[in-house]
Design a binder for this molecule. Structure first.
Ligand code: 2AM
Ligand code: CA
Length: 250
């Protein structure tokens, strides 16, 4: 299954890259900075078609085109974010990812995050027992404490100091604001950031959560509760040591 999925992702990325000069149809969802383009929608449709011919029984949870309410608890569920970092895609034509995850009976089995313009694919999970950067197996990052590294953070959380964001930032070595959840997960998986705090929807964290946990790191929602995969929610992902430090900030 993983080889088919990697093929779909590379094919979807080629389509995105070959259309980069074309005029985009950009619509607002909830406001002028919450955007969706025809490329988000067409990329999701392309991947959905591939999934349906590969496994007609599978369910699909996807950000676009009315697939955003599918529960992940039963059967095999593919979770798709066709373009993660749509604002970056529109404004920068880089720093965006394609993300895909496979859950079976609510358990994450495989996650894929593809940084399209850098041609960097991170993928793995319990189904293969490893995490890979392209073809190379990744080692688990060092279990750093909060004061030993950088933390990714959503700018609004920091500005409004929600969930003690500013205290957490002050304890860390500094914050990074990348505008693309996939890039934060990539940084964590590579060990260049020790965590990420944001408000995320299930397709934003589905793939990254699987790979972080495969590498011995942890994720949770508000009040240290498990993530619920229903709508946008507070998200923390970190090394085990940094998570303890974050939970202790009051
Ligand atoms: P997106 O581009 O796929 O929506 C920083 O903006 C990160 O948060 C991106 O990964 C973005 O993913 C996600 N994000 C932005 N607005 C969001 C929203 N309203 N709900 C959930 N995630 C959002
Ligand atoms: Ca998206």
């Amino acid at each position: 299954m993983e080889h088919e999925i990697i093929g779909w992702i590379y094919e979807a990325a080629e389509r995105i890259k070959s259309g980069l000069g074309d005029a985009l149809k950009v619509d607002q969802k909830k406001g002028r900075t919450d955007l969706v383009t025809n490329v988000d929608q067409e990329t999701q449709d392309f991947i959905v078609k591939k999934i349906r011919s590969f496994d007609p029984e599978a369910k699909i949870l996807g950000e676009e085109n009315g697939l955003d309410q599918t529960p992940i608890d039963h059967g095999r569920v593919f979770v798709i974010d066709p373009i993660d970092g749509t604002l970056n895609f529109v404004m920068q034509q880089e720093n965006f990812c394609i993300m895909l995850a496979v859950y079976e009976e609510g358990i994450g089995q495989l996650g894929f995050i593809y940084d399209v313009m850098r041609d960097e694919l991170f993928w793995g999970g319990p189904k293969v027992g490893k995490v890979f950067f392209n073809k190379q197996e990744l080692a688990a990052p060092e279990n750093k404490m909060l004061d030993e590294g950088l933390i990714g953070m959503n700018a609004a959380l920091y500005r409004k100091n929600l969930y003690h964001a500013q205290e957490i930032a002050n304890t860390s070595m500094g914050i990074r604001v990348l505008g693309c959840a996939g890039l934060d997960f990539i940084a964590i998986i590579k060990g260049t950031q020790l965590g990420y705090i944001s408000m995320l929807s299930p397709w934003d964290y589905a793939a990254g959560k699987i790979m972080m946990e495969q590498l011995g790191m942890v994720t949770c929602g508000a009040d240290n509760q498990p993530l619920n995969f229903r709508g946008r929610e507070f998200f923390i992902g970190a090394t085990q040591a940094a998570m303890k430090d974050i939970q202790a900030v009051k």
